[in-house]
Write a protein that binds this ligand. Structure first.
Ligand code: F6P
Length: 534
């Protein structure tokens, strides 16, 4: 029997056993939760019992998680389909020495970091100016990993933002760049073009639009542009002066790049000290991930809970539900991090996976989601494992009562999912309302909550730069562990290519330069519709 078989067998053998029953044994909350560096991860409200946990840990061991983890941290080329090391962790451990291809890469990382910091300080202090004086606004133009990280983090750290206002443009839909630029003054705006490859059509198109917008008012638009990329030849070609370009190596994956130059907009907005604290939080999680035994290791156990729910229980999606308005963009950030990393159909060696790859990740902040999709989570026919996040303390001391309400709602949802409401309880409720007979029975059935629905909760002291670093690194390592266990390459993204190629071929068809012959009938019909005038 493989560890997978053992887990499937154990799961089947205990099908129907309520999670609540597990709480009757010992101190389940303490034994099925992990505390590290001020955070508390509770996974006791899942069906994982002590034996399931042992089997999951055995699966992680048998999958070689420890060796692969070491290979990642030490710069081995674990991104095998692109022949690259995976070293985003090096960006937040600036004191280290790591060799790639026999060369210590850290001096260059430190040098780039120092340039980034100096530039951020200059912009913040008004030493780098626009034609109209001090920079009031910065616009990061990027997409995917060159957008989601800094955009998510800038919102998360809004209480720390004391520099120019940060804005983010990503979509090729002209509405996005138009609406972001419209209220800004080109004379006091700095544009940061962030693109690892500097070829991404959305980013290059938006950057061109922004350049025209600026050129209409600013004599030297290039002086108000900066770039972040691995492709320094292309940034020069675009006309951005070399001293305004921050480079990074190909061993930083796009969706893992917020820790380095891609975080420039964030650093300018919140300041180098807060950015450094964000890196420290990430580094603290790295140390925990590297050192803690699996059973006490937050990223490992978060990953194993994910494997349990997706590959063993068969729940195809997971909801990320931050009870933290400033983490509104975390679900979107995690969608790229988790689904671009672990949405693969073949194993590292190219053979088809015989298990499902990563889950569909989705979510919205609480309490908003409660008034939207929680109905399905509580009473729908499919089980959606939920991941709640909540701070002990908010940033608004005079609104502490609102934070308490927020916290009460978060805990209540996890409790409701666990306990549910039985038919007998629902009947009693209807009786108290004066109903009886068939009508009581009918109404009661609509008010039953099956309960026994799994959730995990991550509690943290306060959403500070340090905590945010911990949270982001926690999820990165969770994705890594899940990927190793699934035997896939979490660091390539070939699945995004075909659509890009086809879009390139369709643009000339839509503009009438080429005809649609060779396209399927459905595509031809839509091309006709889009090209017609009525
Ligand atoms: O299309 C997917 C992707 O390649 C992501 O992996 C990446 O984060 C994003 O596009 C943006 O790429 P770039 O930073 O090269 O513009």
């Amino acid at each position: 029997m493989t560890p997978w078989d053992d887990l499937r067998y154990h799961h089947a053998a205990h099908a129907g056993r309520p999670i609540l029953e597990l709480f009757e044994r010992g101190d389940r909350a303490a034994h099925f939760s992990i505390r590290a560096d001020g955070m508390l991860f509770d996974y006791s409200k899942t069906a994982i019992d002590a034996h399931a946990r042992d089997l999951l840990i055995r699966l992680a061991e048998a999958s070689g998680v420890a060796a692969r983890r070491e290979a990642m941290f030490t710069g081995e080329k674990i991104n095998e389909t692109e022949g690259r090391a995976v070293l985003h962790t090096a960006l937040r451990n600036l004191d280290g020495a790591i060799e790639v291809d026999g060369k210590d890469v850290m001096p260059e990382v430190r040098e780039t970091y120092a340039r980034m910091e100096a530039f951020a300080r200059d912009v913040r202090a008004g030493r780098v100016t626009g034609q109209g004086g001090r920079i009031s606004d910065i616009v990061n133009i990027g997409i995917g990993g060159s957008d989601l990280g800094p955009a998510m983090a800038a919102l998360a750290l809004a209480p720390h933002a004391d520099g120019p206002r940060a804005h983010f443009v990503s979509n090729v839909d002209g509405a996005h760049v138009h609406d972001v630029l419209a209220p800004l003054d080109p004379e006091t705006t700095l544009i940061i073009v962030a693109s690892k490859t500097f070829t991404t059509i959305e980013t290059m198109t938006n950057a061109e639009t922004a350049r025209k917008w600026m050129a209409a008012k600013v004599a030297e638009p290039a002086a108000q542009f900066a770039a972040v990329s691995t492709a320094l030849d292309r940034t020069t070609e675009f006309g951005i002066p070399a001293e305004r370009v921050l480079g990074f190596a190909d061993w930083v994956g796009g969706r893992y790049s917020v820790w380095g130059p891609v975080g420039l907009s964030l650093m300018i907005a919140v300041g180098p000290e807060n950015f450094a604290a964000f890196l420290k939080g990430g580094a603290a999680m790295d140390a925990h991930f590297r050192d803690a035994p699996f059973a006490e290791n937050m990223p490992v156990m978060l990953a194993l809970v994910g494997i349990w729910h997706n590959q063993i229980c068969g729940h195809a999606t997971r909801a990320v539900l931050p009870y933290d308005q400033r983490l509104s963009r975390l679900p979107a950030y995690l969608q790229q991090l988790e689904m671009e990393s672990n949405g693969k159909r073949v194993a590292m060696d190219g053979t088809a996976l015989d298990i499902h790859s990563g889950p569909v990740v989705w979510g919205e902040p609480g309490t908003n989601g409660q008034h939207a999709f929680y109905q399905l989570i509580h009473q729908g026919t499919r089980i959606v494992p939920c991941e709640f996040l909540l701070a002990r303390e908010g940033h608004e001391p005079d609104l502490a009562h609102q934070h308490r309400l927020l916290a009460a709602n978060c805990l209540a949802q996890a409790e409701a999912l666990l306990r549910g409401r039985s038919l007998a309880e629902a009947r009693a409720l209807m009786e108290a309302k004066g109903l009886n007979g068939d009508e009581l029975e009918r109404q009661a059935r609509h008010r039953v909550f099956p309960g026994d629905r799994p959730s995990t909760t991550l509690l943290y002291p306060k959403l500070t730069p340090f905590t945010l670093g911990q949270i982001v690194a926690l999820y990165e390592h969770r994705v890594f562990v899940e990927g190793v266990i699934l035997g896939i390459n979490s660091f390539d993204q070939w699945g995004v290519e075909l659509g890009k190629e086809l879009a390139g071929a369709l643009e000339p068809i839509l503009s009438g330069r080429e005809d649609a012959a060779g396209k399927d009938a459905s595509t031809r019909m839509m091309v006709d519709y889009l090209r017609s005038e009525d």
